[in-house]
Design a protein around this ligand. Structure first.
Ligand SMILES: CC(C)(COP(=O)(O)OP(=O)(O)OC[C@H]1O[C@@H](n2cnc3c(N)ncnc32)[C@H](O[C@H]2O[C@H](COP(=O)(O)OP(=O)(O)OP(=O)(O)O)[C@@H](O)[C@H]2O)[C@@H]1O)[C@@H](O)C(=O)NCCC(=O)NCCS
Ligand SMILES: Nc1ncnc2[nH]cnc12
Length: 277
């Protein structure tokens, strides 16, 4: 009997799989403070876990197209930056069509899109290459008064664009080191991922939190996340108590750290790539 030969995945298809897996792993991770997870909708009335999954899956063709654009163009430069911008805008439309207009993954399209293209070009220097792409100015990008732009104007906050242009310091200096440290302490994978999310939250100027809850929300997020880590992290009883407290505080402020969630997905994507490419 002849063995069934499965279609071998191309590099672009493998990268798209990994990007979508990172988004689904982020959504499923629980208990995340005030975010959508397996327990519920966090501080969102228009989001739920099924919608986050559907949104993540709707982005697979977009990530594949971004990787293929990087393979075809082959170098960092304006042609690739503008191709990614066009594909990203189309991906955003696919996401909005799937979610009935709810913004589930705008920041993730930006971060993971750049990282996917960078993984094709320079698998050993992904965040640096993504930063070089983010520094290029896409002439066709619309300039809407987004929530991020509004709080940047009001508070001088560093948002998603700057995070990418700086080479994702929240991921390379906070999330990834904490993920590896917690794994070494045998916390279990889910607790290690929660600790990575909290480490990202300790310093991020998450524009979603700023837009909904102002500087008070940012202080509560950063201080609360640090308190969990100081108490021993998510795997300890004292850390869990602090995590529960942080969840309650952010819910009371209606503050949802969607930017930190996207950066955790970026962290999980890079972590997967390390073992795969
Ligand atoms: C350059 C862009 C990133 C646009 O940036 P800008 O800041 O101008 O725009 P925003 O619409 O505010 O989107 C940025 C999203 O990035 C996430 N984020 C927030 N803070 C940070 C941070 N410090 N570092 C990294 N990432 C951050 C966050 O995404 C998550 O939150 C989303 C929900 O947020 P929000 O819209 O505020 O909330 P809503 O629920 O819609 O409203 P309310 O309920 O509060 O009323 C969720 O989607 C998460 O993903 C920010 O939202 C870039 O996006 C851009 O130029 N896009 C145009 C197309 C393009 O070129 N695409 C990229 C191709 S590679
Ligand atoms: N789990 C989540 N909950 C709410 N907003 C998000 N944006 C990205 N991931 C999210």
């Amino acid at each position: 009997m002849r063995a069934l030969k499965l279609h071998e995945l191309t590099l672009a298809e493998r990268l798209a799989d990994m990007a979508v897996d990172a988004l689904i792993d982020e959504a499923d991770l629980s208990p995340k403070p005030a975010l959508v997870d397996r327990r519920g909708n966090g501080a969102h009335s228009d989001l739920h876990l099924g919608l986050m999954h559907a949104s993540a899956l709707s982005l697979w063709p977009m990530f594949k197209d971004m990787a293929e654009a990087a393979i075809d163009i082959g170098e960092v430069g304006l042609p690739l930056r503008e191709a990614l911008g066009r594909i990203g805008r189309e991906g955003e439309q696919a996401m909005l069509a799937t979610t009935n207009g709810v913004n589930t993954h705008r920041g993730a399209i930006w971060a993971l899109g750049l990282l996917t293209a960078a993984a094709v070009l320079e698998p050993r220097a992904i965040t640096l290459t993504a930063a070089r792409l983010a520094l290029l100015n896409d002439r066709y990008a619309p300039q809407p008064m987004s929530h991020g732009a509004q709080v940047a104007q009001r508070y001088g906050a560093r948002g998603a664009r700057e995070e990418a242009q700086l080479g994702f310091p929240s991921v390379t200096q906070r999330g990834l080191p904490q993920l590896r440290k917690s794994r070494q302490q045998n916390t279990g994978e889910q607790n290690a991922r929660l600790d990575a999310l909290l480490a990202i939250m300790t310093e991020l100027a998450d524009t979603c939190v700023l837009y909904r809850a102002g500087p008070e929300g940012i202080h509560a997020m950063q201080r609360g996340a640090q308190a969990v880590l100081d108490a021993g992290g998510s795997a300890t009883l004292a850390g869990r108590r602090q995590l529960h407290e942080l969840d309650n505080q952010l819910l009371a402020l209606n503050a949802s750290p969607g930017g930190a969630a996207d950066l955790l997905a970026a962290c999980l994507f890079i972590d997967r790539l390390d073992g795969a490419l």
